[in-house]
Design a protein around this ligand. Structure first.
Ligand code: UDX
Ligand code: UDX
Length: 466
């Protein structure tokens, strides 16, 4: 079976870049990305590539090449579904904020709505691909909804989780470590798997395209994120011990990372992991495990989250303690708000939680981030619901120039590892600040000695203070 037309529901951080790359690599396939958010679709269609809604290095070029040729962004969801041989579902699946499983289970409301819409609109056979990260066994829910439409249309369901990391999405999509495709083990199921393999085979070597049953594929995505997050929590747990023992976490990371069984990646101590996936997916794993009565399994993974929450809180406390146990009325400058560098995404960013704890102590916060817009910072603070949005606007200011942001501050808190922070004129920043001037490096990227020579009091994650 040869796919001629693809529709992707959800033009977000996953759907947008993934479809842009498929369209670039498969010029003979028509790829339409649809979304209910009109503003988002308009932004994807913007002539100026600086205005597309997702910031990713290299993405503008890919979109510019394929858009209008075989890549289209639209709000006409019904039409795109009907036209397509293959429909990707890439809508968000946030943690539930209400009812049973609140705070842990994935909210599958939008996934179900997508399935119902596909069922309602489809007049020809379709392969439906789960791109969103979903709890294991979601495919059976999808199948049940799709098969009960009575329209006689045949649906095959595949799981094809996306492993791209934000900030390196285009690079990851061009040269993935692997592509994972799970599907039914019947003849029809195997044909559907092959149709998707053929798409990726346009640019991914065959031995990197893994095929499994649907359940293994669904669970592998949760597992991959849980393992990655666990490494960050493990190194962060040790970072606290380093601060008491004069061991240095960077040296420890380097020493253990050279063991080929451990490997060097994902061993950077930080103020805590963020992003739309790690916390959500682990909570999901915890919830599923508990629902099968597997309490030890659930507790084991839950500890990764507990450690991460502790790391964020510990960072805020470190700031307060070093500013003589009070930050009331003091200005603290945040360098970075995104959850990692090279993205404008702020979901679950550690900065949000650290800011919240400092505001609770009546600090004033001034934020500079190279790619995050002011409205987003306020939306993140308002979402926490800890204080009124007027208060958030009164005590948090967003500044477009880092030197301006540091003026009159007692401390700098470096929250995101943007490369540009390393190239700043730190003497000038120091001159603008109140003394003693503190730097709290939540990412361990600055040259501690250089800052100390200027006169800063430097506090980095995972090493003892001066
Ligand atoms: C999301 C999930 O967070 C992740 O678990 C999954 O692996 C992929 O999808 P992301 O692309 O980063 O990741 O989410 P987001 O940027 O929020 O994009 C989702 C889009 O779906 C939004 O633009 C939203 O408007 C759209 N959407 C949502 C629909 O078009 N229809 C719906 O019914 C719901
Ligand atoms: C992650 C997975 O890596 C990706 O495969 C999956 O598809 C989606 O979830 P992402 O959330 O985009 O990707 O970013 P990632 O690079 O994994 O970073 C997650 C968080 O961990 C960030 O806040 C990052 O700063 C933090 N981190 C990462 C550390 O604190 N230390 C590290 O060593 C690595």
């Amino acid at each position: 079976m040869k796919i001629k037309s693809i529709c992707c529901i959800g033009a977000g951080y996953v759907g947008g870049p993934t479809m842009a790359v498929i369209a670039k690599k498969c010029p003979e396939i028509k790829v339409t990305v649809v979304d209910i958010n009109e503003a988002r679709i308009a932004a994807w269609n913007d002539k100026n590539m600086d205005n597309i809604p997702v910031y990713e290095p290299g993405l503008g070029e890919v979109v510019a090449e394929a858009r209008g040729r075989n890549l289209f962004f639209s709000t006409d969801v019904d039409r795109a579904i009907d036209e397509a041989d293959m429909v990707f579902i890439s809508v968000n699946t946030p943690t539930k904020t209400y009812g049973e499983g609140k705070g842990q289970a994935a909210d599958l409301k939008w996934i179900e709505l997508c399935a119902r819409q596909i069922a309602r609109v489809a007049t020809t056979d379709k392969i439906v691909v789960e791109k969103s990260t979903l709890p294991v066994r979601t495919a059976s829910t999808l199948k049940s909804i799709l098969d009960h439409t009575g329209s006689g249309v045949n649906f095959q369901i595949l799981s094809n989780p996306e492993f791209l990391a934000e900030g390196t999405a285009v690079e990851d999509l061009f040269a993935p470590d692997r592509v994972l495709i799970g599907g039914g083990q019947t003849e029809d199921g195997k044909r559907a798997i092959q149709a998707l393999v053929d798409i990726y085979a346009h640019w991914v070597p065959k031995d990197r395209i893994l095929t499994t049953n649907v359940w293994s594929s669904e669970l592998s995505k949760l597992t991959a994120n849980a393992f990655l997050a666990q490494r960050v929590s493990s190194i962060n747990a040790l970072s606290e011990l380093c601060e008491f023992t004069e061991a240095d976490i960077n040296e420890v990371s380097r020493a253990i990372g050279t063991d080929s069984r451990i490997g060097p990646k994902f061993l950077k101590a930080s103020v805590g992991f963020g992003g739309s996936c790690f916390q959500k997916d682990i909570l999901n794993l915890v919830y599923i495990s508990r629902s099968y009565g597997l309490n030890e399994v659930a507790d084991y993974w839950e500890q990764v989250i507990i450690m991460n929450d502790h790391q964020k809180r510990r960072f805020a406390k470190k700031i307060i303690k070093n500013l003589y146990n009070t930050v009331s009325g003091k200005k603290i400058t945040f360098l970075g708000w995104a959850f990692k560098k090279d993205t404008n995404d702020t979901r679950e960013s550690a900065a949000i939680y650290v800011a919240d704890l400092l505001l609770y102590e009546q600090a004033h916060i001034s934020v500079y981030d190279p790619k995050v817009k002011a409205e987003q910072v306020y939306a993140d603070m308002d979402y926490l619901n800890s204080r009124s949005s007027d208060e958030n606007r009164k005590y948090v200011e967003i500044v477009k120039d880092p030197y301006e942001a540091a003026k009159g501050a007692h401390a700098i808190a470096l929250m995101t590892e943007w490369d540009e922070f390393k190239t700043y004129d730190w003497q000038r920043i120091y001159d603008n600040m109140l003394k003693p001037a503190h730097v709290f490096d939540g990412r361990n990227i600055l040259d501690k000695q250089k800052l100390r020579d200027i006169g800063f009091q430097v506090h980095a994650i995972g090493s003892a203070n001066e």
